[in-house]
Design a protein around this ligand. Structure first.
Ligand code: ARG
Ligand code: ASP
Length: 718
């Protein structure tokens, strides 16, 4: 009896440990040991060697970085890849016109010949991962100045990238981990002939749009399909009609066997950026100053764009992609701010810092680490105004006002002339002109004039007075907007081409007389002279402090501490369980959604919540084919995987490494996970693969694609 009680206690202890131990984005080549045993405790049936291996094909061979920003996974031996609808969005949009509106109606290639090439789209696979810290840091120990040290490191990296062994068609890319305490080499292969295969209509792929974005319960079928093409030797090649479907080293079988709460899941992908080890004062600055400033600017932009987009279908297509990406971070920053406050992240960090200080003292490391927190305090206080000015400038001038961000490129053109002369000027100009067609295709001066007016008003009111250019002191934003949009040559493709014709001297003279150019030049000048140098100087100190702080944390934490490197757009593995959560007092969220929920949200003809007729018919007939369970069609599910931007399109795998979900988002209450991960409340959101296949098969009738896949069906129910 006693024995049993002890065993039960032991079991309880293990369960509590495992539950507490989730979160973290781990390097796939370093899973053996702590991670592997945690994963097995959570239910994983495969080994670390199956996930990443240097000797044989492994799961990592089926997970490419998609277009530098998202993740995809290979799901057939003919190079078919799956990613999110919002990751393929730009490409779907660029093939769309008012007549062939693939955003609205979807697109399906029923034969390979119908697949659509995409000019700049690429996917990158990882061949090999290797620690190169010692090589990168060679010859840097004696260097005292931080900027000289960084310069030497960069030189070493450039040289190593060139000289470390690789095949001719491969690339070396060395990345820093733990804020400069570790360097890792990735040998990669990039494929540039990637064609669009299928996308559902936005009323499925973007169902719920911005209202539902970052929110659970969710009912979005956020997926699209592409295919990688290679040359006849299966090597990367530029687009050619003679290219053939890529033969992958591994592709994921898809399991339709069904999911339940507490099942093991893991997600592999390319998380972009997290800042889990910031000091309290930095988090405080994000919450109180930087996030609110950025949100206010995007608020204004989105109000203008949304009004135009809802009235005019051509504008809706032109601005769809830009609007979605502006809205996406805008909403995330709001959720993040709210979540950090609710979780008292600043308080938690302060407690951590007090403990840290004690550990430093106890270890007798006062001389080395004793001043770090004081340095942070000094640096962040000093940088605040500059950081705010920098964010306001980049949001207003580089991100949200199109004519200003274009103008900034012309400003850089002038700088290039001043620093590098005629030849560089000409090269850059030609480059610029090549990209202008795409810019003006989606540019509407009426929309941008309104955005300009709103944002210049914010600029004059909120930009720190010490840095505000003199000409903005008494400016009337409405008048300036109409002056610029009436007079500037930047507002039309034809006029700007004319503006850019002639030798450098003529072009620069014309530019400096242009009203639009004058405005951006004043803003950029002030930024580059009054803000950037000081910001960079303080920031460099902060980088050095952060590196030492990270080193100290690693050194002074117990062996069992789960310290993972911040995301940096390199391949990572995160794992956990399918799990609901409790967002608020008395509210519990279940981990699965169903097509019934789509119908509950359905608003006929609505901008965000319309549902295609065909889907309604399938729902009414309960015609779910092999994809439904007990008369219901699963749509999405959540789990405790620690993900971030860049993980979109990532494969969610079951205990055996089969594909069960497609990652696309996180829940509202947990969007703070980039800065502070809490296993109670942070969840990633995935489309259920059964919904993906149901849409491909029953909704789109693309049997050709289903036949390519390797599908594991549940055993016949009796
Ligand atoms: N929030 C998700 C991510 O960060 C999905 C964004 C796409 N959807 C949208 N409505 N903008 O990328
Ligand atoms: N939606 C994000 C992406 O595009 C994923 C996330 O931030 O959770 O990568």
């Amino acid at each position: 009896m006693k024995h049993m009680k002890f065993l039960r206690l032991l079991l309880l202890f293990i369960v509590v440990q495992v539950q507490a131990q989730q979160g973290g984005m781990w390097i796939p080549s370093l899973l053996k040991g702590m991670n592997e045993s945690e994963m097995k405790n959570l239910g994983m049936k495969i080994s670390a060697e199956d996930i990443y291996s240097v000797n044989q094909s492994s799961l990592k061979d089926a997970v490419p970085h998609f277009d530098g920003g998202c993740t995809a996974e290979v799901i057939s031996d003919k190079g078919l890849i799956l990613t999110n609808h919002h990751c393929g969005y730009d490409n779907i949009q660029s093939h769309s016109t008012v007549e062939h509106d693939y955003l609205t109606n979807g697109f399906w290639a029923y034969k390979m010949e119908d697949e659509l090439p995409n000019k700049d789209l690429f996917v990158t696979f990882i061949v090999r991962i290797e620690d190169v810290t010692a090589k990168v840091l060679e010859g840097t120990t004696g260097i005292n100045s931080e900027s000289d040290k960084q310069k030497k490191i960069q030189e070493n990296i450039n040289l190593l990238n060139k000289t470390l062994p690789k095949e001719t068609w491969q690339e070396n890319s060395i990345r820093t981990f733990f804020d400069g305490n570790q360097y890792i080499l990735f040998v990669t292969e990039t494929f540039r002939d990637v064609r669009l295969v299928g996308a559902p209509p936005s009323s499925i792929g973007k169902f719920g749009s911005d209202t539902d974005n970052w929110v659970w319960p969710r009912h979005t079928g956020d997926f699209s399909l592409f295919r990688i093409y290679a040359d006849k030797d299966n090597k990367p090649a530029a687009y050619s009609k003679d290219n053939v479907p890529y033969k992958p080293k591994h592709f994921f079988p898809i399991s339709l066997k069904g999911l339940k709460e507490n099942d093991f899941t893991m997600v592999m992908g390319y998380p972009g950026r997290t800042q889990e080890y910031l000091p309290a004062i930095a988090v405080e600055q994000i919450v109180s100053t930087l996030n609110p400033a950025k949100v206010a600017i995007r608020d204004a932009t989105l109000k203008v764009q949304n009004e135009f987009m809802r009235k005019d279908n051509a504008i809706k297509i032109q601005y769809a992609s830009k609007n979605a990406s502006i809205a996406n971070s805008w909403k995330k920053w709001m959720g993040e701010t709210k979540g950090l406050k609710k979780a008292n992240a600043v308080g938690v960090k302060k407690q951590f810092e007090a403990d840290f200080q004690q550990k430093v003292a106890a270890a007798g490391k006062q001389a080395e680490y004793g001043n770090l927190l004081i340095d942070f305090e000094k640096n962040y206080t000093e940088i605040q105004e500059y950081a705010l000015a920098r964010d306001i400038f980049s949001e207003i001038a580089l991100r949200n006002t199109e004519i200003l961000s274009l103008g900034y490129k012309l400003f850089q053109l002038e700088q290039i002339y001043n620093t590098k002369g005629e030849q560089s000027f000409n090269d850059r100009r030609n480059n610029l002109i090549n990209g202008l067609g795409d810019f003006y295709k989606d540019f509407n001066p009426k929309v941008d004039e309104k955005v300009f007016e709103q944002l210049i008003a914010i600029y004059t009111a909120k930009y720190p007075k010490a840095f505000l250019p003199a000409e903005f002191e008494n400016v009337n934003a409405t008048n300036l907007a109409s002056e610029v949009f009436n007079q500037s040559q930047l507002v039309s493709y034809d006029k700007i081409k004319e503006l850019l014709t002639g030798d450098s001297k003529t072009v620069l003279e014309k530019l400096n007389k242009d009203r639009g150019f004058q405005v951006i030049k004043a803003m950029a000048d002030s930024h580059l002279k009054k803000v950037a140098p000081k910001y960079d100087e303080i920031n460099l100190r902060n980088i050095a402090t952060q590196r030492t702080y990270m080193k100290a944390i690693m050194e002074l934490s117990p062996k069992s501490a789960r310290i993972f490197p911040d995301a940096n757009s390199t391949l990572r593995v995160t794992y956990g369980k399918i799990k609901g959560y409790k967002p608020n007092d008395a509210v519990v969220y279940e981990p699965f959604t169903y097509l019934d929920g789509v119908m509950e949200k359905y608003i006929p003809g609505d901008y965000e919540f319309d549902v295609p007729k065909k889907l309604i018919d399938l729902y009414n007939a309960k015609d779910y084919g092999k994809y439904g369970v007990n008369g219901k069609m699963p749509v999405a599910f959540i789990a405790t995987n620690h993900t971030t931007g860049g993980n979109s399109g990532s494969p969610a795998l079951d205990a055996k490494g089969n594909l069960i979900g497609l990652n696309f988002d996180r829940v509202w209450e947990g969007t703070m996970s980039d800065i502070y991960y809490s296993p109670e409340i942070c969840r990633n959101i995935m489309v259920d693969l059964r919904y993906v296949l149901f849409i491909v098969d029953k909704f789109a009738g693309a049997k050709n694609l289903i036949e390519e896949m390797k599908i594991i069906y549940p055993k016949e129910r009796k």
